[in-house]
Design a protein around this ligand. Structure first.
Ligand code: GLP
Length: 265
């Protein structure tokens, strides 16, 4: 794992967006694994800006999102489909038939999860998987206890996660109890993973996931198995890590980060 700490949320977001943009410039037919959540909104805003200014092109890109609520249709404004349309898909030239999200309303969810895995494989696998982290240590909606080899499936949401999303489900509507999510095994199959966490509320779970034992109780800790995983943090999210000096040295001196240092990122 490469752990990079940038001073502020703005710096961490900018570096994340530039890594994604550089991936698309190098490989215009990249397969991206996408995440939702508040953390990624400013990242998508910067990608839209890169597109608008003609510096990246999504016409050859294929996307697979991590997760979707079970029982929520893609047309529902609270769905992750709606989030993706609003934050990114409607603002760039990605082809709608190459944008995939798990189908939360499939008549046969198990079959539809299998088909999602097959579609990822048919696209040649995920080149770059974006990840946020939930307060329970989840990636995607792989809540604590998720098998570390799990594949796309339905998963019950924890009360902590449902509480986090209650603000989006007002008018007496309950947050769904379940979601369809890529598994930890699906995520670990990506060529590269990019986890972004910002803000002090993520500091405890980040310390557990990055420096604690690998355990299904903190599903993000499984990323310690991944050979090409970059974790981007702001100082607030990194504030409970022990090995901070080493991580700071990595970004300051390692050759792979030279081009980003030169671009003042
Ligand atoms: C959600 C999503 C994840 C997301 C994470 C963090 O539950 N399933 O994909 O990355 O929680 O969300 P936020 O960025 O809003 O803190």
């Amino acid at each position: 794992m490469d752990i990079v700490i940038r001073p502020t949320q703005v710096d961490a977001v900018k570096l994340t967006a530039m890594i994604i943009a550089d991936t698309l410039r190098r490989n215009p037919a990249a397969v991206l694994g996408l995440a939702t959540g508040r953390t990624f909104q400013p990242v998508y805003a910067l990608l839209v800006e890169e597109f608008t200014e003609g510096r990246i092109d999504f016409s050859g890109v294929t996307t697979f999102n991590l997760d979707e609520y079970a029982g929520i249709a893609e047309t529902d404004p609270r769905s992750f489909s709606a989030y993706m349309r609003e934050q990114l898909f409607s603002k760039v030239n990605v082809s709608p038939d190459r944008c995939h999200l798990p189908d939360g309303t499939a008549a046969d969810l198990a079959e539809s999860c299998k088909a999602y895995e097959s579609a990822i494989a048919a696209a040649g696998g995920i080149d770059l998987q974006l990840l946020g982290i939930g307060l329970t240590g989840h990636v995607g909606f792989n809540e604590p206890g998720s098998a570390l080899h799990s594949r796309t499936r339905t998963k019950a949401l924890s009360e902590i996660t449902r509480e986090q999303y209650r603000q989006y489900f007002n008018n007496g509507q309950e947050v769904p109890a379940r979601a369809v999510t890529m598994g930890i095994g699906t995520i670990l199959d990506a060529q590269r993973c990019l986890l972004l966490a910002t803000g002090s509320e993520k500091s405890a779970v980040i310390a557990e996931a990055l420096e604690g034992p690998i355990t299904a109780s903190v599903p993000a800790s499984a990323l310690q198995f991944h050979e090409n995983c970059t974790v981007l943090l702001d100082e607030a999210a990194a504030s409970r890590l022990n090995n901070t000096e080493y991580y700071l040295t990595t970004f300051a001196h390692e050759p792979e980060w030279a081009e980003y240092r030169e671009r003042n990122l």
